[in-house]
Write a protein that binds this ligand. Sequence first.
Ligand code: IMP
Ligand code: MG
Length: 184
Amino acid sequence: MSGEMQEDIDKIIITAEEIGKKVEDISQKLSTDYKGKDLTVVAILNGSLVFLSDLIRQLPLSMRLDTIGADTYGAQTFPRTDPRLLNSLKVDVQGRDVLIIDDIIDTGKTLQKVLEDINKYKPRSIKTCVLLNRSDRRQVELEPDYFGFKIGNEFVVGYGLDFNNQYRNLPFIAALKAECYGKR
Ligand code: IMP
Ligand code: MG
């Protein structure tokens, strides 16, 4: 890859190949666990978009899809406020098996908020699946049911994850050069 985005990258933390293999692993587990269930996938936007699209195309299951918008970060690398949900569900999940997908669990507040919201609709089961798990910064007691990789404290972008709504289209997970966090 060349061009302006490449110049902002300090280092690649997880390669596209590593992500690809992991998405395959997770989708195999999900295919087994959700066989014969009544699956509704709920994706948290925008960060989960790339993970979501790779993952669900490997699930040989019938499923419904819905999305919930969540907003916390803005142009910084620490949560600014408590997460805000921008909408609720549009499909009826009562008595159904819900799987929530997000890019990363960090403090855990976003997933907790979404879980609280969806539980109101009385699903039969509800589980969470994230690509990245940063357990050091957790502020609520919550562990994802499925995750791809544990990561450390470093803020990361790519494969759906953004800084100030940029870099989502990188095919790998990377850390940015320090100066990039100040410049936009
Ligand atoms: P939590 O509510 O603190 O668990 O944060 C979850 C949300 O924060 C995720 O949906 C991401 O959008 C965002 N987030 C957390 N860490 C990072 C990061 O390192 N890069 C980009 N976004 C992040
Ligand atoms: Mg997000």
